[in-house]
Design a protein around this ligand. Structure first.
Ligand SMILES: Nc1nc2c(c(=O)[nH]1)N[C@H]1C(S)=C(S)[C@@H](COP(=O)(O)O)O[C@H]1N2
Ligand SMILES: [Mo]
Length: 506
């Protein structure tokens, strides 16, 4: 005689199937780079919320990295719980086996369609570099495979659980075969889940997201492994350059797809450019400078033939991150598709194989792992732009002390104050420091002027008297405009104001 499994056994069986689904998606994520709900959910929701709500979430979680981890863990837990609920519904349902299976199939088909619809705008995400159409197909297929695996696990467990058998003797007690089966299944399921999770978290961005570059060892060119890093991802793409393509589409006469080799053969330029994140607070280190080798985006757009009425270029990464720039900026010869950084191929975390370099605008416009550009005739919005950042992404003039540290104690002996100054794509003409809390200003020496697109390195030699010092720094950009003293927070257009440090001379 067949009988339905008990409520806890049904829940457990569903949870095992849910863990199985998660493992299948995780394995596919590792091998073919398809995206799974722990990543898709965050990517889908982040652009829809306002900056202030996004910031509240960051504060609540204790930081961007913490928020990402919380999101991933709750999504995984959510999948297991959803599996448990579905297992319960299915295993406890009355009626003929045919009717119950049809219902299960219908629910699962519905779930699949729901996933495709809900995640459609970002279904082109692929962490191995598949271009848009194959990436969408791969994600649709991966979720189908996972859902079919869920059903297979659930049906297998059911056929075992509904067979009436003698209890087994275990440690001197009689234990039902169901309990043994479910405990074994749960063990295997959760071990597999743990293994996949471990493999994936080895590549997690928590180890480097938010890396800053500042302090006494700052050089004109930032070494690649110390370049500041910001990413929306919990795990960055590791792209196979032979799968990767650069697609040019939207309002162009001749849409075109480039392979990595085709792109590299176009005539390239080398250009030093400083990048800075819009979330860089006054005096902070979310900025770095490198020498980029790449193809002017302009030459690719000209070959494609922009149609009249184009106002913006939408740039998209394989991680489905996107951002936009005005068509004039896209046609600026200094806007590059870069594939080398300081003479080396782009590091994975900085966008290998190709990223965009947009001088003068905040870091978020510099799309990493870029895979396509679409020209559009409307004011399209990118990932962070949709939250309400901007609308001007022009970098205001910044200057910073790198030496001494805020709060330092220094000897009453000759010393050199040092730092950087950066004015987007306007260059730096002069830097001044104040050693009396802003009452008087003295010209600093420019040790490395950089170019109009980079930061400058400055220093100031001084022999301080004992006592407390409050020092400020300000810069004048290449056009002669003095850095604004107005203090503004990072939201929504980036911070302004003078960097102020206090130190004790003893
Ligand atoms: N594809 C993609 N590009 C991206 C991002 C991202 O999350 N995904 N982050 C942006 C942000 S907010 C910044 S500040 C810069 C950081 O570039 P870096 O990590 O190379 O310094 O990349 C931008 N490009
Ligand atoms: Mo950023």
């Amino acid at each position: 005689m067949n009988r339905r499994p008990s409520l806890p056994i049904s829940l457990a069986a569903g949870a095992i199937a849910g863990a199985g689904l998660t493992v299948v998606l995780g394995v596919l994520r590792l091998i073919v780079g398809t995206s799974w709900p722990p990543e898709l959910i965050g990517d889908r929701i982040a652009p829809l919320i306002t900056i202030s709500f996004f910031n509240d979430l960051l504060v609540m979680a204790g930081g961007y990295n913490e928020l990402k981890q919380l999101g991933v863990l709750s999504a995984i837990a959510g999948q297991v719980v959803a599996g448990a609920v579905l297992g319960l519904v299915y295993l406890r349902l009355g009626g003929s086996p045919e009717r119950r299976r049809t219902l299960l199939a219908a629910i699962l088909a519905g779930v699949w369609v729901l996933i495709l619809v809900a995640f459609w705008p970002i279904l082109d995400t692929n962490y191995r570099g598949l271009p848009r159409t194959p990436a969408i197909a791969a994600n649709a297929l991966a979720h189908l495979v996972a859902i079919v695996s869920f059903a297979a696990i659930l049906l297998t467990l059911e056929s075992r659980l509904t067979r009436d058998r003698e209890p087994v003797a275990l440690l001197g007690r009689h234990v039902s075969r169901r309990a043994v089966l479910v405990a074994g299944g749960a063990g295997v399921g959760f071990l597999a889940l743990f293994a996949v999770f471990n493999r994936l978290s080895a590549g997690a961005t928590v180890y480097y997201d938010g890396l800053r570059y500042k302090g006494r060892d700052v050089q004109a060119i930032t070494p690649n492994d110390r370049f500041y890093t910001v990413t929306k991802n919990v795990s960055d793409p590791t792209i196979d350059a032979s799968l990767w393509r650069f697609e040019v589409g939207g309002l162009v006469d001749r849409p075109r797809t480039y392979t990595f080799d085709e792109l590299r053969l176009l005539s390239s330029t080398v250009q030093e450019t400083t990048l800075m994140c819009i979330r860089n607070a006054v005096g902070d280190g979310l900025m770095s400078n490198a020498q980029w080798k790449g193809i002017p985006l302009r030459s690719i757009l000209e070959a494609a033939g922009p149609r009249p009425g184009v106002v913006k270029a939408v740039l998209r990464g394989t991680d489905s991150y996107s951002d936009t720039i005005a068509i004039a900026k896209a046609m600026d010869p200094a806007t590059l598709l870069a594939f080398e950084m300081n003479g080396e191929p782009l590091p994975l975390r900085h966008g290998y194989p190709v990223r965009v370099i947009v001088p003068g605008l905040f870091g978020e416009k510099n799309v990493k792992w870029v895979t396509r550009v679409d020209l559009v005739d409307h004011d399209a919005k990118g990932f962070y732009e949709s939250q309400g950042w901007g609308p001007s992404f022009v970098i205001p003039t910044h200057s910073r002390f790198d030496v001494p540290d805020d709060g330092a104690r220094v000897a009453a002996a000759p010393m050199t104050l040092r730092g950087i100054a950066f004015a987007g794509a306007r260059g730096i003409r002069a830097v001044e420091v104040s050693l009396d809390a802003g009452r008087s200003w003295r010209a600093a020496r420019i040790d490395h002027p950089g170019t109009t697109l980079t930061w400058a390195l400055w220093s100031y030699d001084w022999r301080p008297e004992p006592g407390a010092v409050e020092a400020l720094v300000r810069a004048t950009d290449g056009g002669g405009a003095l850095q604004t003293a107005t203090e503004r927070g990072t939201i929504p257009e980036g911070s302004t104001g003078y960097h102020r440090i206090r130190f004790m001379v003893a």
